[in-house]
Write a protein that binds this ligand. Structure first.
Ligand code: DGL
Length: 271
């Protein structure tokens, strides 16, 4: 058993999809969340910049006493996981391998769609991991650079003409190719799950990278006998931009109240 907190980070709000699932699976855990809302999106940046930002995010989180760090971001997981794991003494867990494994096992017709940020798709990491598990799988990858800014601006609901149009534009080739499984390879995308499911239809299985990552964290902590004995966890949130925007959207995404006063602001450039 280990009472220390789990540090979770993302470029913005997307990592809350991992926090939501961690809350379901491990309600006694203490979570320290950092969303780099002042520098989101990461996915359109170079690998060098993503690694630099991720190192700063981890340096901030390590000012807390942590038992593990969760990279609740597809982009950082595809681009910086090895570097971060090598540089830090605690387990550093990402969302990409768990999502790739789930997709490789879920497909029936062997045709898997993959959506993610430009950096994640460019890295080829999801395809590599899917083929390791299922060598015959065909993976059709589509970067969706406008999804993260739209979600960060609250444009994720069904009936929103802008997001519905973008979903149709990005996903049409995957739908036409007959994918039966679609990896939501960025942790912001589960917030679009309803819009995406309505467009792709009920026959397409959606794989949520945020939730798969959380399941892998629960398994790793349980295997290492590092679960918290507490009945109820504690949640602390930090961002690098305005707290008010975060607390409003975080309350909607998580389904519980995140008061503005509960969100700290961090000058991440100092780390
Ligand atoms: N949630 C991040 C991911 O999973 C978004 C990256 C971005 O900021 O572009 O990839």
């Amino acid at each position: 058993m280990d009472k220390r907190a789990i540090g979770v980070f993302d470029s913005g709000l997307g990592g809350l999809t991992t926090v939501r699932e961690l809350h379901q699976l491990l309600p006694g855990e203490e979570i320290v969340y950092f969303g780099d809302t002042g520098r989101v999106p990461y996915g359109s940046r170079s690998a060098e910049t993503i690694v630099k930002y991720a190192r700063q995010d981890v340096a901030f989180l390590r000012t807390f006493d942590l038992k593990a760090i969760v990279i609740a971001c597809g982009t950082v997981s595809t681009t910086a996981l090895e570097v971060l794991a090598a540089e830090n003494p605690m387990p550093v867990l990402g969302v990409v391998a768990p999502a790739a494994q789930a997709a490789a096992r879920a497909t029936r017709n062997g045709t898997i769609g993959l959506i993610g940020t430009q950096a994640s798709i460019r890295s080829g990491a999801y395809e590599r991991l899917i083929r390791q598990e299922n060598p015959g799988a065909r993976v059709l990858a589509q970067p969706c650079p406008l999804f993260v800014p739209l979600v960060e601006n609250g444009r994720f609901r069904r009936g929103d003409i802008v997001i519905e149009t973008m979903v149709a534009e990005y996903l049409a080739p995957l739908k036409e190719a007959g994918v039966d499984t679609l990896v939501l390879g960025c942790t912001h995308y589960p917030l679009l799950e309803e819009v995406i499911a309505a467009y792709m239809g009920p026959q397409v299985r959606l794989i949520n990278a945020g939730a798969e990552g959380a399941r892998a964290v629960a398994e790793a902590l349980s295997r290492g006998d590092a679960l918290s004995p507490a009945a109820e966890g504690r949640y602390r949130y930090f961002v690098s931009d305005r707290q008010a925007d975060f607390s409003h959207l975080a309350s909607i995404f998580l389904g519980w109240e995140v008061a503005e006063s509960a969100v700290g602001q961090v000058d991440i450039s100092r780390y």
